[in-house]
Design a binder for this molecule. Structure first.
Ligand code: GLN
Length: 446
């Protein structure tokens, strides 16, 4: 079983927080029983899938890699878990991540960092680093991650796998522990584009438990994979090829674009002029929403409760002081500051206006182009410990964050190796609900 592989490599990779071997074997037995009884089995029967540890799994620890939730076992399954269960999938375990999905390297995990399977001295990216590393190391066939500002695509790029952030509202967020609710979206990691399309088929769809869930028909995402791409129009946004992007990364992405041209697509350079403001807007909006979402961890309702406290307020304070890591505290402080009266207009409101401008850049581009193509990350995977300054870490997401602000879908797939032998990620962006076109181009390139 997959656990043989996990046993062989997990000590080095540390992709998981919790392994659910017993449950998995029971699930597998159930499938066997169904077969023995001549019952129909689900299309995901026997497929080992890993789940990021910020998705609620009934009776199975869901920690968000935070000490504050170290012992939290949710009483219910997230909608994505229900959907996968209905197709007879097998949950391998819950994967490591940056605490509450805040980070780009998995070094913010409250427990231990995950290593990049390509080079154990390097980071797998984040925040869904465990999910990306699990697929890259063969410790799962598919995994789920969440992407608020790049947390699926950046680790996919660093680990040389496929990762997709769907359109905001395509996949239910019910049971996904909220970081920044207007940006969060669940999506799959896989080794190839076909598996990505299959996974998306089973997690997408309307959910009455998520008020932001889109009520529209979900197509079969595998149906468009083999369609000819002749005449498809690719926009290449010049702002994503600036000074901050490694030359080797740019070269690999341009080689990919030229290959797509050979396959019949047409490309043109395009400008998305507000790109440079996206990161600043994100680091106001995301912390603002996070500061509100994380108010619920007060020592009363979930997980950790500090002992030896003097009264209620002291209990809140000590629990949060002990339970949250530095990055989470930093975000809460940034967010409450940006939302406080007197500063709200100057920061939060202005950031929301910038968000609209970023979205309008994309709206204009998609009037003309089927997809946009860029690097996923400015560099390939960096060494663990290399980015001590949080601002430097934030720059890892300059190519991925604008996509979340606009709510559009985007995918990262491997497009070659750099001179250190590390994978380079190609980002393909689409218009709202343009997943089929993204997958079609991606499959043609693969
Ligand atoms: N790295 C970004 C952050 O720290 C994005 C995180 C994410 O997408 N969850 O906020």
């Amino acid at each position: 079983s997959i656990y043989n592989r996990i046993e062989a490599v997990e000590e080095d990779v540390k992709a998981y927080i919790t392994l659910t071997k017993e449950d998995a074997l029971k699930q597998a037995d159930k499938v066997d029983e169904k077969i023995a009884n001549g019952e129909e089995i689900g299309p995901l029967a026997g497929i080992p899938i890993a789940i990021k540890d910020n998705m609620s799994t009934e009776g199975v620890k869901t920690t968000c890699a935070s000490k504050i939730l170290h012992n939290y076992k949710p009483p219910y399954d997230a909608t994505v878990i229900k959907k996968l269960s209905a197709e007879d999938y097998i949950m391998v375990g819950k994967t490591n991540m940056d605490e509450f999905a805040m980070g780009s390297s998995n070094e913010n995990s409250g427990f231990y960092p995950t290593a990049n399977p390509w080079d154990l001295t390097r980071v797998p990216g984040g925040s869904s680093g465990g999910s990306a590393a699990a697929v890259a190391a063969g410790e799962a066939i598919i995994s789920l991650g969440s992407d608020t500002g790049g947390s699926i695509r950046q680790p996919a790029a660093f680990c040389g796998v496929v990762g997709m952030k769907p359109t905001y509202g395509l996949v239910s967020r019910y049971g996904l522990v909220a970081f920044a609710s207007s940006l969060d979206q669940i999506g799959p990691f896989s080794k190839d584009i076909t598996d990505c399309a299959i996974a998306l088929n089973y997690i997408a769809g309307h959910d009455e438990f998520d008020s932001t869930s889109a009520n529209r028909e979900v197509p079969d995402y595998t149906a468009s994979l083999n369609k000819d791409i002749t005449g498809m129009k690719i926009g290449v946004p010049s702002e994503y090829f600036g000074d901050g992007i490694d030359q080797e990364v740019k070269d690999a992405v341009w080689t990919a674009i030229k290959k797509l041209e050979e396959l019949g697509a047409e490309y043109e350079e395009v400008s998305l002029p507000h790109t440079e403001y996206a990161l600043s807007a994100y680091y106001l909006i995301a912390p603002a929403e996070a500061s509100s979402n994380l108010a619920r961890y007060d020592g009363v309702r979930y997980g950790l409760r500090s002992e030896e406290v003097k009264g209620l307020v002291d209990m809140y304070k000590k629990t949060r002081q002990e339970g949250f890591g530095d990055e989470v505290k930093r975000r809460i402080m940034l967010g409450t500051y940006a939302l406080s009266s007197g500063y709200y207009d100057a920061y939060y409101k202005k950031a929301q206006k910038v968000r609209t401008l970023v979205k309008q850049d994309f709206d204009r581009a998609f009037e003309k182009y089927d997809v946009l193509i860029s690097p996923t990350t400015p560099t390939t995977s960096f060494k663990a410990g290399a980015k001590k300054d949080p601002l430097e870490m934030y720059l890892s997401d300059i190519c991925t964050i604008p996509i979340n602000l606009a709510g559009i879908p985007a995918l990262s797939m491997p497009c070659g190796l750099d001179s250190n032998g590390l994978p380079i990620g190609l980002q393909i962006m689409g218009n709202h609900f343009g997943e089929e076109k993204i997958l079609q181009i991606a499959h043609a390139f693969e």
